[in-house]
Write a new protein. Structure first.
Lengths: 111, 113
């Protein structure tokens, strides 16, 4: 069955380290999204991509970057992790604009 | 810019009772509206969506929502809840010009016996 996976599911890192969160989908969806979920804020969009080589900044993109070299993957990189980036990160994908399929999430703790 | 307000952060309810989770949105253009559910330690799953047509939308697990343009609301309802409905519920809006979702802050539905 087609699916969307995220790895790792849990990550603890130190302030200042570079961290990359993986997102892989097997639906062949063009659109992919990264969100962070924080208590009291719901989900906020970090970056998104409409296809290979396309990336766009979302609402809370500072300190994050993405690259899209193929249809299946959209890795999220924290260039220099900060405590404010402790959060749960969700990846999503969609074939059209109207229904996004979400991965299981990655819980990141920055100490 | 669009925004979504979920007025209740928590809604406690007894099993088999009806429930309504409130959602209001603001947007200067026409919108598409969504409700997602998040069970503990899982990702989000689409419950239902309003794109056009009938303002009463039926979704999975017996949930329904009504789009009210004049009140800019999209409240979620279920006539009789089950313990298994305990979860976080998110309302989201998308404008017609982009495929980006703007989420509300979520409502935690707690169903007890």
């Amino acid at each position: 069955d087609a699916e969307i996976t995220q790895s790792p599911r849990h990550k603890i890192t130190e302030t200042g380290r570079q961290v990359t969160l993986a997102c892989h989908q097997t639906w062949n969806h063009n659109n992919m999204f990264w969100y962070r979920q924080d208590l009291g804020h719901g989900l906020r969009l970090i970056h998104y991509s409409y296809g290979v080589q396309d990336t766009n900044k979302g609402e809370v993109s500072d300190g994050y970057s993405v690259s899209r070299s193929n249809t299946e993957d959209l890795p999220l990189t924290l260039e220099s992790a900060a405590s404010s980036q402790t959060s749960v990160y969700f990846c999503a994908s969609s074939v059209n604009s109207y229904e996004q399929y979400f991965g299981p999430g990655t819980r990141l703790t920055v100490t | 810019a669009q925004s979504v307000t979920q007025l209740d952060s928590q809604v406690p309810v007894f099993e088999e009772a009806p429930v309504e989770l409130r959602c209001n949105y603001s947007s200067s253009v026409s919108v598409y509206l969504f409700w997602y559910v998040q069970y503990p330690n899982q990702g989000l799953q689409l419950l239902l969506k309003y794109l056009s047509g009938s303002t009463l939308v039926k979704g999975i697990n017996g949930f329904e929502a009504e789009f009210n343009k004049s009140q800019t609301s999209f409240h979620l309802r279920k006539p009789s809840v089950h313990i298994s409905d305990t979860a976080e519920y998110f309302c989201a809006v998308m404008t017609g010009t982009a495929s980006k979702l703007t989420f509300g802050t979520g409502t935690r539905l707690q169903v007890t016996l």
